[in-house]
Design a protein around this ligand. Structure first.
Ligand code: NAD
Length: 467
């Protein structure tokens, strides 16, 4: 059987064409991925349509199958994690952790209730409300956390009774294909199909008439295209898009105490996280000590191939993103930035950028206003917390944000004023399967995870019964 295969109707299948998958630590191709043809996508859609009816019918069977899927996935974590590091670049322990995280997420989500709510009952009538599945759901995912972000969709989407077609990013398709394959042993054929290909395939998937909902995670630009394509067919959409998360550090915070946690809130996964800290606003009194403390952490970070056991930060995932990050560094330099650390891109193969801390620029500079999605972080002095909140909210983005302070109550009060889906106090980026996740403004539409994420894969149905 081929090393890498599409998953269609429960079968691992090859394709006539392939495309190369690049190892970002070398910039060289290391594998060929099957490129799903339009005819194969038709097969996947019709398999999903056929599988839907019986999958939707038996909630208990679904729960059992999903628990079995989680059990099938966990032992494959080392294998799938190694593939994820090769194609994504992240440190191997993080990649393996991502697969275990996905299994845990699935296990947790499989236990969520799909309650039948009694709305009214008397001698003559009974009115109840149920949550019904939508049909075939398309899941389209990005390259930064391909496994866990796919699982957010798969776990809730399948538990709700939908069948699915997953299309991962062309930069990181192999780990998702391997995950899909590992789950097949516990699923009826056609319930979860995984197809790989370029952006064009994403377009075919989103336009397909069989699809009743598109659950998308990726860039704002693509999210808007998907919303436009969904509109004529009134397909439901959940859009999890980009962010430009602010971290606001108040004068009473202890720079030495918070530096490590704040640093990794920005630089984990080489900054390629939708909810990474992407700009820091620090009150003037603490500004310089904070910059110094962050610089000390940055200088100690081991950057390298994710396969090296000592590596703490891997490369940027792909060439276009690497070019974009370099472009933003250049634009900050033109705006008069000071590079406290980094600033010169290392002369080595692969898409490496050292942790880069930038001062001397502020709002209005592209590096502050845009989503960099890489290991480059601007730190901006502010007069007051209120000044910082105003700057934080003056953005199209509204995904996450954090307040760092010794006064937790004040931190909570300020976090409430942030126009974002998740506000943190003295941490940034922590997520759990039992809280909803989503963005405001251009950061998204709808929610994933917990009962809210599950509900998003259903439609309400009222059953009104005359006795
Ligand atoms: P992207 O939008 O370029 O691609 C995401 C997926 O969409 C890929 O599978 C791609 O092939 C597909 N695609 C591209 N064009 C399409 C089209 N016209 N129709 C249908 N599908 C299409 O995003 P990316 O570069 O892979 O990911 C990075 C972005 O994702 C960042 O902006 C980041 O903030 C965001 N992101 C958001 C979240 C969140 O939960 N809010 C999580 C992770 C990443």
């Amino acid at each position: 059987m081929a090393d890498h295969a599409l998953i269609i109707d429960g079968q691992a299948v090859t394709a006539d064409a392939t495309f190369p998958v690049i190892d970002p630590s070398t910039g060289e191709a290391f594998a060929d991925c099957p490129d799903c043809s339009q005819a194969q996508l038709e097969d996947a859609m019709s398999a999903a349509q056929t599988a839907f009816r019986s999958w939707a019918a038996d909630e208990d069977a679904r729960r059992k199958a999903l628990v079995a899927c989680a059990a099938a996935l966990a032992p494959k974590a080392d294998e799938i994690g190694a593939l994820l590091t090769r194609e994504q670049g992240k440190p191997l322990k993080d990649a393996i952790g991502e697969v275990h995280g996905a299994a845990f997420w699935l296990q947790h989500t499989a236990g969520l209730a799909l309650p039948v709510e009694a709305l009214h009952e008397d001698d003559e009538t009974r009115i109840e409300m149920r949550r019904r599945p939508l049909g075939v759901v398309a899941a389209i995912t990005p390259w930064n956390f391909p496994i866990i972000l796919s699982m957010w969709k798969i776990a809730s989407g399948l538990l709700a009774g939908n069948s699915m077609v997953l299309k991962p990013s062309p930069f990181t398709p192999l780990s998702s294909l391997a995950m899909g394959r590992a789950m097949q042993e516990a699923l009826p054929p056609g319930v979860l199909n995984v197809v790989a290909g370029g952006d064009e395939l994403g377009k075919w998937v989103s336009e397909h008439p069989a699809v009743r909902k598109i659950s998308f995670t990726g860039s704002v630009a693509t999210g808007k295209k998907i919303a436009a394509v969904a509109a004529p067919d009134l397909k439901r959409v959940t859009l999890e898009l980009g962010g430009n998360d602010p971290a606001i550090v108040l004068a009473d915070a202890d720079p030495k105490k918070i530096a490590e946690k704040l640093f990794w809130g920005a630089f984990n996964n080489a900054g390629q996280i939708c909810i990474a800290v992407k700009r820091i606003y620090a009150e003037e009194k603490i500004y310089q000590p904070l910059v110094d403390a962050l610089a000390e952490v940055a200088r100690g970070v081991v950057v390298g191939s994710g396969l090296e056991p000592t590596t703490q930060m891997g490369p940027i995932n792909n060439l276009p993103q690497y070019e974009r990050v370099k472009d933003l560094i250049g634009s900050a330099r033109q705006d008069g930035a000071t590079f406290v650390t980094g600033g010169d891109v290392p002369d080595r193969p692969g898409y490496f950028v050292d942790p880069t801390l930038v001062t001397g620029i502020e709002d209005g500079s592209r590096l502050v206003d845009e989503e960099q999605f890489g290991p480059v972080l601007p730190i901006i002095p502010v007069r007051s917390a209120e000044d910082a909140i105003e700057r934080a909210n003056a953005s199209h983005f509204g995904l996450g944000g954090s307040i760092w302070t010794a006064d937790v109550d004040r931190g909570v009060a300020l976090a409430r004023d942030l126009e974002c889906g998740t506000g943190w106090v003295n941490q940034h980026g922590a997520l759990t399967p039992f809280a909803p996740f989503g963005g405001r403004k251009w950061s998204g539409i709808g929610y994933e995870n917990g009962p809210w994420g599950l509900a998003a894969f259903t439609e309400l149905q009222v059953l009104s019964v005359a006795k």
